[in-house]
Design a protein around this ligand. Sequence first.
Ligand code: NAP
Length: 196
Amino acid sequence: MKTIVITGSTRGLGRGLAEALLARGCNVVVGGRREADTARIAAELGAASDPARVLGVACDVTVPSQVQGLWDAAVARFGRVDVWINNAGIAAPRHPIWEQSGEEARAVIDINLIGTLNGAQTALRGMLAQGGGQIFNVEGYGSNGMMTTGMSAYGSSKSAVTYLTRSLAIETKRHPGPGPGDQPGHAGHRAAPPRL
Ligand SMILES: NC(=O)c1ccc[n+]([C@@H]2O[C@H](COP(=O)([O-])OP(=O)(O)OC[C@H]3O[C@@H](n4cnc5c(N)ncnc54)[C@H](OP(=O)(O)O)[C@@H]3O)[C@@H](O)[C@H]2O)c1
């Protein structure tokens, strides 16, 4: 039975992924920034599937210590993490860049890019120690180079996420792992897009 961590899974795509993976028999670790929302979503998902296969852990992906706490809680409950999905992300309101506040732009970069980087670093360290795993990064508008007004910060963040994903694949491929198909190098390849 695979254990899958999905960051930013209190609603939207992350929650949908959790429901689909639970239906396929996986253990799923879900959460968002707030304890109360995380506990409520975990209870709802557990009630609709199997409470023993759902763990809720509140985690702000911009805070490395909280991301490490998410990994640690998942391993404490299920023994290992087979798949880590960096899904947490936000889109700022679609204003022209000169009308966007510095805080809005910074939040987009912090959550979408730095949050993904924090997740990848934490998961890679843990997966190297446990001997394998897979990481998926959720891309978005800008990942394929498309541009339009009001999307400069978001598109920059997702374009960078795509670079990061490809870079992770190269970095992990070079790492001498335990064997084909179950080494972090393989995980790196799997980090290459599903494009969204
Ligand atoms: N929706 C689309 O059309 C679309 C298209 C392409 C790509 N995407 C990408 O898909 C992913 C999910 O998008 P969505 O539309 O499902 O978004 P959403 O419905 O707004 O959900 C975003 C999720 O991320 C969480 N989150 C936000 N900031 C966080 C943080 N700092 N730490 C941890 N969790 C955080 C939210 O939880 P809390 O608020 O509870 O913390 C929520 O669970 C994002 O990466 C997005 O860029 C979406």
